[in-house]
Design a protein around this ligand. Structure first.
Ligand code: BDP
Length: 719
């Protein structure tokens, strides 16, 4: 009796009846591999893949094999046998022409030629009279990527019949930038402490390092900069390099290289030199020796990321040298080892500039053609600093002889930090799709980045990571989607944000359409919602001082371009930063048609209106409302949309596990309070200048302006 009951219980468990409500702490990210719900699909998978053939003699093929085992065990609810060569019947075959004689014999030569060093081919095909699902690649890591693709295909319940997939990344270096400090604090991190336990390294290897690598490999990320751009030279000392080597050893099987940030003054700080002048022979020799030492310890080290002469960081300009002089010195040191230098263009002068958004272009544009071939200039998506909305950076398309790397911020410094559900992929898509007109119509930022516009071979995309020691890696469960989307868009800058959201939801939660549809809508709208309650109509950098969470349009004092006033310039006549030809002429940094569009009030569009124009409070905008009324409307709509998101989410209770549902519900409640805080504080502040009432159909602010301006902490005030 007991055993019969047990058997029934086991069968029920295997059928996954209880699966939707299984408590889930989010640790498994999108790699949950829960049992396939659709019975027909499940039967199809079980019939097509009763066994797996993969030679796993290398660490990377072993990782591929482990992932297949783990994934299919979860998806199919059964342990599949790994056989050297199955007897009869269908099977899954994975490998390279050198790991597998069967693969070598397949008619896939042309496809494999096209797949390159990281691509793969997935086929349902006949192999020696037997039906096989084949994952073939030229390299082990290609096989691993193919395995993750097939698992994703099955997690999203695609058919295995007639599979013909050929994939390869469009960008060579797909890199996370960790702004992690050696004391384990994370600059602009909202998910706990740094994943790198420097004290315990190199002796102790946290199992999370492997899961971190798996997650990254599953979305094609192939590099990680372990340390903050505000760099500490200590990481280049022998003791730390041993720790870095230990991490590199964990990541290597997953195709992930490590990179480090190089503090420009390291020759002085840890090298005992008196200068860090990039043209000084002793300095050059020091970097060369240091680099050789690093490569002796980590033979596949990726290279250096450098923030120089920006926000107090040392750099070549301290010695009256150029950014090219600095970058080339390091590039020469890493070149013999096939390394690269990622030199950041996020610079602005220590003197207060007329228009800060113009400085990176002014400095870097003249240097085009002066960088060595293994230097990438890393440019943030917009000319200011990761705001909820910015125009694309004018350097894209303006440095044809230099490979430009796109830097995106996955962590949400300016987009609600720990609390706000903001899916960032639509914002990244907006940038990647933007037409620079550098070589006529169709010269999109995506084509600049993937090298196709100017024929660059070295290409890259960087994302400032949002990971930390929180059990679910990113704090907010939906912030996992931004890590996921970053990888998918770095692999293919032409990927669509809604398709990525769709697969992420299915893999992370469920394929139940009644859940997928509303959640996808919520995600796709979320960025515009945040823009509305934070910085509508092209407003920017009106966040609170330093911590950047919550509103601070009143911030003045100190360095002018670190204040909100500098950016919004509100007075009784109007508001906005005049960047037209009559103003700072920032529009002049864009190519003809773009310049003209931004320069003209009639064509710029409301979304970037106050970025480029000063507008009177009673001027009409696209909706036909006056500017003031539109501002009230947008801030209010932002709050209303968050309320709608909460209602939609509450209605989905029971469709997924209570644990993650509850966590998101709690964060949405916080987001609503944050949105109201933004709305009330911003409207009251700007109202002083507009001198007009909030129209009666809109909600009143809860407290007077002084209440909000008196609040300076990074917690939401009680109102
Ligand atoms: C800003 C951050 C600051 C970073 C800087 C950078 O506020 O913490 O150091 O960017 O990108 O957005 O270097």
């Amino acid at each position: 009796m007991k055993t019969a009951l047990l058997r029934i219980a086991l069968v029920l468990a295997a059928l996954g009846t209880a699966a939707p409500l299984r408590a889930d702490d989010g640790y498994d990210l999108w790699l949950r591999y829960s049992l396939v719900k659709d019975a027909t699909r499940l039967a199809e998978y079980r019939a097509a893949i009763p066994r797996i053939v993969i030679d796993s003699r290398t660490p990377t093929l072993a990782a591929a094999r482990d992932e297949l085992g783990r994934g299919l065990r979860g998806l199919l609810g059964a342990e599949l046998p790994f056989t050297p060569r199955g007897p009869r019947g269908p099977y899954l075959l994975a490998g390279t022409p050198s790991s597998s004689r069967e693969i070598d014999a397949l008619e896939l030569k042309r496809e494999l030629l096209a797949a390159g060093s990281e691509g793969y081919v997935i086929r349902s095909m006949d192999v020696g009279g037997r039906q096989a699902t084949v994952i073939a690649a030229n390299t082990d890591v290609g096989v691993l990527y193919g395995v993750f693709h097939l698992l994703r295909h099955m997690q999203t319940e695609g058919s295995l019949e007639g599979l013909r997939i050929e994939e390869k990344p469009r960008v060579e270096r797909r890199i996370l930038n960790h702004w992690d400090n050696l004391d384990r604090s994370v600059e602009r991190g909202y998910a706990g402490r740094s994943l790198w336990d420097w004290n315990a390294l190199p002796g102790t290897l946290d199992p999370r390092y492997t899961d971190y690598a798996r997650a990254n490999a599953s979305i094609g990320i192939n590099g990680t900069v372990l340390t903050n751009v505000n760099a500490n030279a200590q990481v280049l000392t022998p003791a730390y390099l041993q720790k870095v080597r230990a991490l590199a050893g964990v990541f290597r099987p997953y195709g992930i290289r490590v990179y480090l940030t190089a503090r420009f003054s390291a020759p002085i700080e840890i090298g005992g030199l008196r200068t860090a002048d990039p043209l000084d022979p002793a300095v050059r020799a020091w970097w060369k020796a240091k680099t050789d030492e690093i490569y002796r310890i980590i033979p596949d080290f990726g290279g250096f990321l450098v923030k120089a002469n920006s926000e107090g960081q040392p750099g070549p300009q301290d010695y009256r040298r150029t950014h090219a002089d600095g970058a080339n010195m390091l590039a020469e040191a890493v070149a013999p080892h096939d390394g690269i230098v990622m030199w950041r263009a996020f610079v602005y002068s220590p003197d207060e500039p007329r228009d800060r958004t113009m400085q990176a272009y002014d400095e870097f544009h003249p240097l085009d053609g002066q960088f060595l071939p293994n230097v990438l200039v890393q440019v943030k998506n917009g000319p200011l600093d990761f705001q909820p909305r910015e125009p694309f950076h004018p350097l894209f398309g303006a440095m044809p002889r230099t490979p430009l790397m796109l830097e995106l911020q996955v962590t949400q410094e300016y987009l609600g930090q720990h609390s706000d559900l903001v899916y960032l992929a639509p914002m990244w898509q907006e940038v990647l799709d933007a037409d620079t007109y550098a070589r006529g119509a169709g010269s999109t930022v995506a084509k600049v980045i993937d090298g196709s516009l100017e024929g660059h071979r070295v290409t890259g995309v960087a994302g400032v990571a949002n990971t930390g020691t929180d059990r679910n890696w990113t704090g907010h469960p939906f912030h996992q989607a931004n890590w996921y989307a970053f990888g998918r868009m770095a692999w293919n800058p032409a990927a669509r944000s809604d398709a990525i959201a769709d697969e992420w939801i299915r893999m992370t939660f469920t394929s139940d359409e009644a859940f997928v549809r509303p959640v996808k809508r919520m995600m796709m709208e979320s960025r515009e919602v945040a823009v509305n309650y934070m910085t509508p109509l092209g407003l920017h950098h009106i966040m609170a001082r330093s911590h950047h969470y919550g509103p601070g349009p009143w911030v003045t004092g100190g360095r002018a371009d670190w204040t909100a006033l500098y950016y919004h310039r509100a007075d009784t006549l109007g508001i906005g930063f005049d960047r037209t030809a009559a103003g700072s002429n920032a529009v002049g940094q864009y190519v003809g048609p773009v310049r003209d569009r931004f320069n003209d009030r009639a064509t710029v569009g409301d979304s970037l209106l106050l970025w480029f124009h000063r507008v009177g409070w009673n001027d009409r905008v696209e909706s036909g409302r006056t500017l003031w009324n539109e501002m009230v409307h947008r801030y209010s709509a932002g709050v209303d949309s968050v309320r709608a998101m909460r209602r939609a989410w509450d209605g989905l209770a029971g469709k997924i596990d209570a644990e993650r549902h509850g966590e998101v519900a709690r964060r949405l409640a916080t987001q609503e309070r944050a949105a109201r805080w933004w709305r009330d504080a911003s409207l009251l502040y700007f109202q002083q200048f507009a001198r007009q009432p909030i129209p009666p159909q809109y909600e009143r602010p809860a407290r007077p302006l002084e209440f909000y301006t008196a609040h300076t902490s990074d917690t939401i005030p009680e109102f």
